[in-house]
Design a binder for this molecule. Sequence first.
Ligand code: 13P
Length: 261
Amino acid sequence: MIQPLVIANWKMNGSYAANYNLLTYLLPEIAVNRLARIGLCPAYPYLAQVGQRLVGSPVWLGAQNASAYSEGAHTGEVNVAMLRELGCEYVLVGHSERRLMHGEDDTAVAAKFAAVEAAGISPILCVGENLAECEAGETETVITRQVMAVIDQVGIDHFFNAVIAYEPGWANGTGQIASSEHVQYVHGLIRRLLRDRDPYIARELQLIYGGSVNPTNAIALFQQPDVNGALVGGASLDARAFIAICDALEQAHRHALAQGA
Ligand code: 13P
């Protein structure tokens, strides 16, 4: 069965003091023997601070973005070798906020995915329709285009260590979560797209959902068969809420194991 995964995306939040306090509450609860794999993605300036606190713990470090370029005259960019040196095991690629507010298109996202994967880091490929696309009934078209753009540019065999996160732009930071049926529908679609190219990768790849996940709505979400975890924004800045989301995922996973799923 696919290992459940919860990734905290702290986005452009935090400070040395705030991170210290959050980790002080969080780590005793999440850095213990858990069924789920848990990762934290702080902003770049805090990767070293958080990474040092995670040494010796089973919690993984991740970054929110990476350059597709390897080095040189790219002011303001951070390459995958730097992230590797900081101990990153995950990098978010193509987050909806990068696509919508920073102009990243499918080609740019695929190039970043390739760079991250080539560095031995797991790319978390984020896909999702925006509000206008959702209202126009274009969800399936958009998701298919976004997933296939990366598969076609990079190759399905480079998805071996990847994760795909479905993050509808309209649900990010809005408090408006997609219904669990809608999420299952989209995750099922992604699983089918992968299966057409490689049944093994389709069976093993972690598919996680992001967009206004909180301890209350997480329960129904994690009961969906193709929801293997969550990419959590706002609620990951609240230690108690994040721990409750991790607990809900593990409870759903244990239930599925008991059912022989
Ligand atoms: P929220 O959980 O704050 O809606 O953010 C979702 C997200 O963008 C995670 O990457």
